[in-house]
Design a protein around this ligand. Structure first.
Ligand SMILES: Cc1cc2nc3c(=O)[nH]c(=O)nc-3n(C[C@H](O)[C@H](O)[C@H](O)COP(=O)(O)OP(=O)(O)OC[C@H]3O[C@@H](n4cnc5c(N)ncnc54)[C@H](O)[C@@H]3O)c2cc1C
Length: 428
């Protein structure tokens, strides 16, 4: 008799889980709340899909709110890692290219990744149910089957894989209902919060930031907190200046560490490759060349985008000053302080921190330690990575492990399982 497996969510992790379970010989049905699969996948990498990363230390780059969570995730990724993921996609005809370790499909389109996954599921006979938002899951002891209720109907199967994502970018379908479903099966959930998101500037900074809106600069950014200015995290890269605060990859990487309460601020070095002592004489030379009344804004434009130069001059009250000192400008470029109010909402964040603690699943199989026969995969679990393909790698790894194991585990198999998925009116 064929094992039946139900997958909730046709995102990156759910589709990989479905393909893996079907390859393992199971009869698989995917239930997806949206009208189409992979809505979030299509947005990844600005539509180009940064599907993984060749970073040799990849497994050590993840963060979790669960103690030991990152180690458990690393174990899962080792079971189906970057090499296996690339081989999986190559077998499906998806060829890839890399830039600084960031891996993209050769086509340059996220759509290709989605197409090969849906074609593979079709080849394997996976049944897809769209526009079917699961409201409840439960295990029926009498039948020995897992149930997923959609309106007045219950889908039933031997095994259930919950791959419903997080609360990030809810317009793609991941509306946080995965957390509710996991709780119905007895799981706890660490509070979800936006990660890989823009950082909101304190209200008093906003008027001035409007001047810099739209500019991109390179810089080293430190996130600091408290009166003593303890460094919480720092990173270097491109900064995008916006009216609400700051964005861009370097800011995304810091957003996870923004404290929920208390004072925090960003300290930005806009010329990280040069010392203040090197910049000062350069500026002095320009002042000498043009005369002592040369505009501070023009002097700053020698180093940063004109909008940021205008912002800096205004912030430091230099725009109307006739005489400027080279030392003052050099200090300004090396140390811009911006108060932080928080991070952007779930609607604008790429992933969520928090979720179902990893200690509640087996690291070998991703089967629930609380409700046997239930498997969890993807961003629903309390693990998140930096920008650069790490989050999708977690989705592929966890999806493949959960799918393979759900199809392989002994036990289960209700009497009608050979006929595939059962669907019956829900009893309420
Ligand atoms: C704009 C953007 C760009 C990104 N770019 C990258 C990138 O380039 N590289 C990278 O590694 N990561 C990137 N990420 C992160 C990455 O996309 C996610 O971590 C990953 O897609 C999560 O996969 P998942 O399967 O866990 O969840 P999702 O992809 O969110 O899939 C969950 C699915 O479950 C469905 N669902 C939810 N609840 C229910 C329910 N109750 N009933 C039925 N169906 C339900 C949803 O509709 C959804 O289709 C990006 C994210 C965003 C938002």
């Amino acid at each position: 008799m064929k094992r039946t497996v139900l997958v909730i969510g046709a995102g990156a992790s759910g589709m990989t889980a479905a393909a893996a379970a079907a390859r393992g010989g199971a009869s698989v049905t995917v239930i997806e709340g949206m009208k189409k699969p992979g809505r979030k996948l299509l947005l990844t990498g600005s539509g180009r899909c940064n599907l993984t990363n060749l970073d040799p230390g990849l497994v050590n780059r993840y963060a979790s709110d669960t103690e030991g969570g990152a180690g458990i995730a690393a174990d899962v990724i080792r079971r189906f890692g970057v090499r296996e993921t690339l081989a999986f996609f190559e077998e499906l005809g998806l060829h890839w290219t890399e830039r600084n370790g960031y891996v993209y499909p050769r086509s340059g389109q996220a759509q290709t990744v989605l197409s090969v996954l849906t074609e593979e599921m079709k080849r394997l006979g996976v049944k897809m149910k769209y526009d079917a938002h699961v409201q409840q899951i439960f295990f029926d002891r009498q039948t020995g089957l897992w149930n997923a209720r959609v309106g007045d109907w219950c889908y039933q199967a031997d095994r259930l894989i919950l791959a419903a994502g997080s609360k990030a970018y809810p317009s793609t379908g991941s509306d946080g209902s995965g957390y509710t479903l996991a709780r119905m099966a007895g799981h706890s959930c660490l509070p979800a919060r936006p990660a890989l998101s823009g950082i909101l500037a304190a209200d008093e900074e906003k008027r001035l930031l409007k001047t810099a809106e739209g500019a991109r600069t390179y810089g080293r950014v430190r996130l600091k907190a408290g009166a003593a200015g303890e460094v919480l995290k720092e990173d270097e890269g491109e900064i995008q200046w916006t009216a609400y605060g700051l964005s861009g990859i370097v800011i995304f990487q810091l957003s996870r560490s923004v404290p929920a309460a208390g004072e925090a601020f960003l300290e930005i070095d806009l010329v990280p490759d040069r010392e203040e002592e090197e910049i000062r004489p350069e500026i002095q030379k320009t002042i000498d060349h043009f005369g002592g009344t040369y505009s501070p804004r023009r002097l700053l434009e020698g180093y940063v985008h004109e909008r940021v130069a205008a912002y800096l001059a205004e912030k430091a009250g230099l725009q109307d000053r006739k005489e400027v000192c080279a030392g003052e400008l050099a200090r300004l470029l090396k140390n811009v302080r911006i108060g932080v109010k928080g991070v952007r909402s779930f609607e604008h964040s790429q992933v969520c921190a928090g979720g179902v603690p990893l200690r509640e699943v087996s690291p070998e199989t991703l089967e629930s330690r609380i409700s046997p026969g239930l498997y969890l995969a993807g961003e629903l679990l309390d693990i998140d990575g930096p920008c650069g393909g790490y989050n999708l790698q977690w989705a592929w790894s966890s999806g493949y492990v959960a799918g393979t194991q759900a199809a392989a585990a002994p036990g289960g198999t209700g009497p009608d399982a050979a006929a595939g998925m059962r669907k019956k009116p829900a009893q309420r």
